[in-house]
Structure formats: C-alpha cells, structure tokens
Design a protein around this ligand. Sequence first.
Ligand code: NAI
Length: 281
Amino acid sequence: MGLLDGKVAIITGAGGGIGRAEALLFAQEGAKVVVNDVGGARDGTGGSDAMARKVVEEITAAGGVAVANFDTVATAAGAAGIVKTALDAFGRIDVLVNNAGILRDKTLLKLDEEQWDSVIAVHLRGTFLVTQAVVKQMIAQGGGGRVVNTTSVSGMVGNFGQSNYAAAKAGIYGFTRTAAIELQKHRITVNALAPVAKTRMTEDLPMFQAGMESLTPEHIAPAALFLGSDLCADRTGHVLAVTGSQVFAYKVVQSAGKFKDEGAAWTAQEIADHWEAITKV
Ligand code: NAI
C-alpha cells in the first residue's frame, strides 16, 4: 500500500535535483507521475527532452508509471500542455508539485530587467499558471486535491544577491496563503515546502562544499509526499521547511503591539521612542 495509490501527480522541474527525488518517491508510493522539465541550464537557458525522459526511464525501470512533459511552466500555453499530458495519459490530476526553478543571482545594484523578469516568470508566474490550470481540472473532477508549492529560506528571510529570487519565493508564500483560503471549499489543500539540498542550483555555495552530507534531495522528498498525500488532508496554508534531518515551519509573526489612547494616531517620533515595545513578540 502506497500513500499515493491510484493518484495522478504532476511534478514540475522534475528532471533533476529535488523534483527528480520527489518524482521517484511519488511513483514508489503508487502515483502515476507527470515528469515535467524543460531540460535547460541552471539559469534557464537552453532546453532538451533528455532530463525528463531519463527520470521517466528510472521510474519505469523501478516498476512505476510515469510520462514526460517538456513544456515551460512560465506560459499559459505551457501550463495547458502540462495538464493535457496528464489527462491524455492518466485521465485526471490529484496532486501538483510546483518545483521548477531557475537562478539569475546578482546584487540589487547590478540586477537587470531580464534577470528580474526571467526568475519571476519561472517561479512566481509559473506557480500561478500551472496551479490555476490544474485546480480548474481538480474542481471539474468534483473537487479535492493537493498543491505543493516550493518557496525558499531566501524568500522567507532574504539572502545576499537574490532579490529577484527572494521576491519570487516570497510571492509564492503570499500566493500559497491566499490560494489555500480560496480553494478550501473545493477540498484542495495548498501548502509550500522550503527545502535546502545540494543540487546543481546550490552546489557551489560554501555550505555545500564543507560536507553537509545530509542535505540531499532525498531528505526533502518525504516532506513533499506528506504535503501531497491524504496525511495532509486537514492542513492547508503552511510552509514546511526541511534542511537535512531538521524539519520545521515558517510562520509570519505579528507582535502584540502597543495601543495609544483610543483613536489617536502614533507620531513618527513616538514610534521611534517606543520601538522596542512595538516590535516585541
Ligand atoms: P534544479 O536546478 O536541479 O531543479 C530545477 C528544475 O526546474 C531543473 O531541472 C530545470 O530544468 C527545471 N526548470 C527550469 N525552468 C523551467 C521551466 N520554465 N519549466 C519547467 N521546468 C523548468 O534545482 P533544485 O535545487 O532541485 O530546485 C528545485 C526547487 O527547489 C526550485 O524551485 C528551487 O528554487 C527550490 N529551492 C531549492 C533549494 C536548494 O537548496 N536546492 C533551496 C530553496 C529552494
């Protein structure tokens, strides 16, 4: 008995890294998997069928069921193509993992419009477009489903040189919170995963040079499985983070704050004078 027996799952960007590990685990747990990947370089340039095809071969060799799709998540036509592949092959969609991503790191002062737009297009626009196309299908099927988005520590707390990527990932957080609220009545849960793992995206970061053997995509995949399975049927709008053997949640915290006399506005000087009390959690 697998946690995803009889389910159909789409995983975007599943030709390598974290998405590949998720696809292999989902198939092992009984899902029929759409392995989507444009097969480009880390910065989003280029493309080939080879990456997605190879993961489909791995799944099939292990006795699982999968089909490849090579559409980009960043356009409405691509999102429609991904849904069509799932329906043509398997007739329904139960789980979507929005995992596809690229990097164009630059400090804010050097970042150009192309580097901004391309990163926002794949992560944030792609998450919106594929989610919208998929949840329309889930609702047409009678409702019920799981959406697992992929955010990042960079979007939650910021990271030097990643203002484009952090903005996209923080946008995915806001998207997740709102989609969770809107789709609750259709029994569709929408949660996000914040992974840290050694992949081609991160392998040149100093923290991955110095050992850290536990930071693998295989440590991340079970958390995506949890969010994509019925173990998560009653949980929506959460951000689950996995860093090696540590699992935790990201939450927005509102401080208790401080009231002035009823109806009175705070002056700028008063805010400065009471900063500690106002921001204390
Ligand atoms: P990766 O580069 O191995 O995987 C990303 C995959 O997305 C690639 O196979 C790529 O070809 C595919 N892709 C890129 N643009 C696409 C498009 N337009 N349409 C379809 N597929 C596309 O990197 P990794 O690390 O596995 O990243 C997976 C996700 O996890 C990304 O969303 C990334 O931002 C996120 N993440 C990863 C972290 C890490 O430590 N590796 C940290 C935080 C977030």
